[in-house]
Design a protein around this ligand. Structure first.
Ligand code: SAM
Length: 257
């Protein structure tokens, strides 16, 4: 039986599974890491191409089922662990990894933040998420859902929403639509934040009140002269700033001390 606290919705739609695997396009020898393999719905399509795979699963009761379903693949490495605490760099010792997963929706945002901290060691990521989370990840300045998650994800990655998956493709069906997202970490960052913590802080402060102006949100942090030096109009709303603007704000505040 599916466990709610582990965010379990198992994929059973073979057409959708095939489509996801086609988007991932796994090749022999690649190091693919799957988060939350469950009973292996996505795993087999991947490991049959790559021949080896690492999977991170928290629910120990699922692991014997997974092993039985994938007994043909001796090079399946199962890590019984919490992906939120997992050191993904330990799997990237001999080259970058690719990360995939039909993620537990209850922890998807913090899990993505955790993964972004390994961006340098990741070639790409493909995730099934709540459609709204995919829309947030991929939102552009001015979009309704553009916010903290969009800026931080796009600081590290090129984000592409691939396709929508309806609730009927899962057992049990979730209450909302899902979507597949592709995130490809930039090989070299288009703009570099001197202090990542500062970037995170400035993005959070900037979006504290979406309907308010930048001047309002950054009160006590940035004055009008500093906005002028950055060539940013303080009467705008935060949704107008692009990633580069937030990086420039963070770098100015870091430098000023
Ligand atoms: N991949 C399977 C599928 O598509 O049918 C299962 C997807 S289900 C939405 C999420 C999976 O993540 C479950 O197997 C669940 O046990 C596992 N999971 C939940 N929390 C986790 C965590 N913190 N770390 C690793 N796996 C987790």
């Amino acid at each position: 039986k599916a466990r709610k606290r582990f965010g379990q919705n198992f994929l059973h739609d073979v057409g959708i599974i095939r489509r996801i695997v086609a988007c991932i396009a796994p090749k022999e020898g690649q190091r693919v890491v799957e988060i939350g393999p469950g009973k292996g719905a996505l795993t087999e399509g991947i490991i049959s191409a790559t021949k080896r795979m690492d999977v991170v699963e928290l629910d120990r009761d699922l692991i014997p089922i997974l092993r039985v379903n994938l007994f043909r693949y001796p090079d399946l490495n199962v890590h019984e662990a919490d992906a939120m605490k997992f050191d993904f760099s330990s799997l990237a010792q001999d080259g970058n990894i690719r990360v995939v997963g039909n993620l537990p929706y209850n922890i998807s945002t913090p899990l993505i933040f955790h993964l972004l901290s390994f961006a340098e060691q990741i070639d790409d990521m493909h995730f099934m998420l709540q459609k709204e989370v995919v829309d947030r990840l991929a939102a552009r300045p001015g979009d309704n859902l553009y916010g903290r998650l969009s800026v931080m994800a796009q600081y590290y990655c090129r984000v592409e929403s691939l396709f929508i998956v309806g609730p009927e493709s899962f057992d049990p069906p979730p209450k909302v639509d899902s979507a597949i997202v592709r995130m490809v970490p930039h090989k070299t960052l288009p703009c570099v934040a001197q202090d990542l913590k500062m970037l995170e802080d400035m993005v959070r402060i900037g979006f504290q009140q979406r309907r308010k102006t930048l001047r309002n949100n950054y009160k006590g942090v940035l004055n009008d002269e500093e906005f002028a030096a950055l060539d940013i109009d303080p009467s705008l709303r935060p949704e107008r700033l692009d990633v580069d603007d937030f990086v420039r704000i963070a770098n100015l505040v870091s430098k000023r001390g």
